[in-house]
Design a protein around this ligand. Structure first.
Ligand code: PRP
Ligand code: URA
Length: 208
């Protein structure tokens, strides 16, 4: 069964509240999304594999640990792009894949338009990022595509989720651990999260 971690850190709650405000402009929205993803990334990387290494200090040899270089971050385009830099600042050696999906606004079904993943995806911990988990259709489809290309260890990170999306994603992919900044009340008749923050892609890229 999926492990679902809902962040209760005060800084995350504070920043998500700022992110929701309709008066938050593009520049501030981008900065907040990055900061929240950074704080969440700390938790999502808690169980990353380590190698034993030795380093020379000015005094002596020290036994230490090194994060294995086998991590990939995969944003779901477009809005997932706003969370990539945060993961890269935590794990500079991570490779970046991209999955292009959009929700058909009539059917709410995800449509794939692009997929490019790093090599040896089967050996990597893959962190899929998208600010919004609404119906769960996009995340479920993205993870289907990533699994079809061989990935075995996948985590999903989002800023805001609807209960409907959590249920759909955990049912479709019970092996994927999920990290969520805040769980909202419900979806509205247009598939938007209530209260949510509106259209994450538009707010991130100023295409309102
Ligand atoms: C948004 C969001 C997710 C998706 C969530 O993207 O970034 O990818 O909706 O909705 P779901 O859980 O119901 O699938 P959107 O489809 O609006 O595309 P965009 O990022 O290109 O704006
Ligand atoms: N996608 C968004 O960007 N916002 C929502 O509320 C739902 C899906």
């Amino acid at each position: 069964m999926s492990k679902v971690t809902i962040m209760d850190h005060p800084l995350i709650q504070h920043k998500i509240t700022m992110l929701r405000r309709k008066d938050t402009d593009v520049k501030e929205f981008r900065a907040l999304a990055n900061e929240i993803a950074l704080l969440m990334g700390y938790e999502a990387t808690r169980d990353l594999a380590l190698n034993d290494i030795e380093v020379e200090t000015p005094i002596a040899l020290a036994k230490g640990k090194e994060v294995t270089k086998q991590v990939a971050v995969v944003p779901i385009l477009r809005a997932g792009l706003g969370m990539v830099d945060a993961i890269l600042s935590l794990i500079p050696s991570a490779k970046v894949g991209h999955i292009g999906l959009y929700r058909d606004h009539e059917t709410l079904e995800p449509v794939e338009y692009y997929c490019k993943l790093p090599n040896e995806i089967d050996k990597r911990t893959v962190i899929v990022v998208d600010p919004m988990l609404a119906t769960g259709g996009s995340a479920t489809a993205a993870i289907n595509f990533i699994k079809q290309r061989g990935a075995k260890k996948i985590k999903f990170m989002c800023l805001i989720a609807a209960p409907e999306g959590i249920e759909a994603l955990t049912e479709a992919h019970p092996d994927v651990d999920i990290y969520i900044g805040a769980v909202d009340e419900r979806l509205n008749e247009n598939g938007y999260i209530v209260p949510g923050l509106g259209d994450a892609g538009d707010r991130l890229f100023g295409t309102l």
